[in-house]
Design a protein around this ligand. Sequence first.
Ligand code: SF4
Length: 282
Amino acid sequence: MEIIVAKNAGFCFGVKRAIEKTQDILCEKKGKVFSIGSLIHNELVTDDLKKKGLIEIDDISTISDIKNETVIIRTHGVEKEIYDILKKNNNEIIDLTCPFVKKIHDIVDEYSTKNYKIIVIGDKRHPEVRGIVSHGHEVSVVSSEDDIKKLTFDRKDKVLVVSQTTESVDKVEKLVDILKVFYYNIEVVNTICSTTIERQEEVGTLAKVLDVVIIIGSENSSNTMKLYNIASKHCNKTYIVSNRACVKSIDLDDNMKVGICAGASTPQYLIEEIIEDVRNEL
Ligand code: SF4
């Protein structure tokens, strides 16, 4: 039996920065502290922050009611309109949007002023993508070849392509190749973050030589699900595990090579606990 733990597992720098800063604010501030949506996609972490006093705003229609308060913007960022309402209502905004996401906002702002149509490769329901879309004038989101066929931009339009920071590298390359056939004046800026690229490469390489791959993280975390999809292509015994109880349902034996990877919003203590549980199962 052998357990191999991925080098790039657990909190990325954007998530680490957001959690540490939020914990500091919750200690320092006397009044209420709000966050727009869950700070990160991991319930263990967000439940802990809620116990320490963080109030999550899930219903965007109530944003206008927040006035003169402290409001945290999470790593995914928010739509421009939400930011403007919070500012107008004299809130103290603690903007923890990851710099990789902010960079995409700036690129979309810049190209939109030069009359480019914007194509975002990603999940249109994801908060990060909704934030990116809000920075352009004419923006479409695509996630498949079918979506590309439905685009209404003219073939001669100036088009900029960016992607969600946690998109799969292979998928973006494939869709960009198709877009290049459709559009003559196309510019592509690679906006997948370096953390995502490193993790996807590592999990792909590891999964080829493992009998079982365990991805620790939540199913609502985009980067975690991408790791799961990549590993599944190479190893048919790939599991997603969000808590310790899930380990019990995995069939393990002494002759197996087991790999452990984790999404960017998975806390280190959970990774260590699950490694220990896997050891005890074998
Ligand atoms: S996954 Fe990438 S973009 Fe998202 S918070 Fe982490 S470093 Fe930033």
